[in-house]
Design a binder for this molecule. Structure first.
Ligand SMILES: C[S@@+](CC[C@H](N)C(=O)[O-])C[C@H]1O[C@@H](n2cnc3c(N)ncnc32)[C@H](O)[C@@H]1O
Length: 231
């Protein structure tokens, strides 16, 4: 990984913002990911993220913290927060913005336990593929204190396969429709392609059942997105 995501966050944070990240997937064209969005404050956050932050309690793990926007809000509310990300640049930015406990770490290498685990901005993306969901959920379950919760958001992206007549062109022989090849470029450089998973609520619920987690639908957004609580 070249960490172009981290480079972009560093540029924005240190006043060198000239362009946005460009993303695309195997089923969608180029799209801009505006860097200011990754530095959003509470009032600019989507409804589902606000709801997740209001539900957070106790000792919190912010997984894939990016620039640390959620961690900073929770810290200000007096919660004890640990923020982790595989991006070196993201962790430098999060620390520099004031996140007190931020570490470069893959979630699969985390061993401490928490009362709340947050995975936000399509939190299921980190699981990469449907076949890996149980592995990640099993691990996340081991990181929960008694009475703890995982707050995770995602979307059912079936609508992306809809044609003009309202029919769907999903290839039933292909992999799960939410498994995307995700491409990112920044300032003309291309990041190594990665897998990114959008998981509909029913499949998340099914995977939770298989690993002994309770899965509750907390809220739905306006565009097939949802927030779930696993406990
Ligand atoms: C879509 S960004 C979300 C950033 C932040 N949560 C936000 O809402 O602004 C996903 C983040 O997850 C991080 N990430 C991806 N895989 C990860 C893993 N296995 N463990 C920890 N972080 C990961 C990426 O580096 C990236 O910063």
């Amino acid at each position: 990984m070249k960490d172009l995501f981290g480079t972009a966050l560093l540029d924005y944070h240190y006043g060198n913002y000239t362009e946005d990240i460009i993303t695309s997937t195997n089923i969608s064209d180029d799209d801009e990911l505006p860097l200011p969005y990754l530095f959003r404050d509470f009032k600019s956050m989507p409804k589902l993220e606000k709801r997740a932050l209001k539900l957070a309690k106790g000792c919190v793990l912010d997984v894939g913290c990016g620039a640390g926007s959620h961690s900073l809000y929770l810290q200000k509310q007096g919660l004890k927060v640990k923020a982790i990300d595989i991006s070196k640049g993201a962790i430098e930015v999060a620390k520099n913005r004031g996140v007190l406990h931020a570490e470069i770490k893959n979630i699969l290498d985390e061993t401490e336990t928490f009362d709340t685990i947050l995975l936000l901005m399509n939190g299921t993306g980190i699981f990469q593929e449907l076949s890996q969901v149980s592995k990640y959920l099993k691990h996340l379950k081991t990181l929960l204190n008694e009475g703890g919760q995982i707050l995770i958001d995602s979307s059912d992206i079936k609508y992306m396969y809809e044609d003009e007549d309202g029919g769907f062109w999903i290839d039933t022989n292909a992999n799960y429709y939410g498994e995307l090849d995700y491409f990112l470029s920044y300032k003309g450089e291309e990041e190594t392609a990665m897998k990114w998973l959008y998981l509909d609520f029913n499949n998340l619920e099914f995977a939770c059942e298989s690993v002994g987690l309770n899965c509750e639908l907390i809220a739905e957004g306006k565009h097939f997105d949802y927030l779930a609580r696993l406990s």
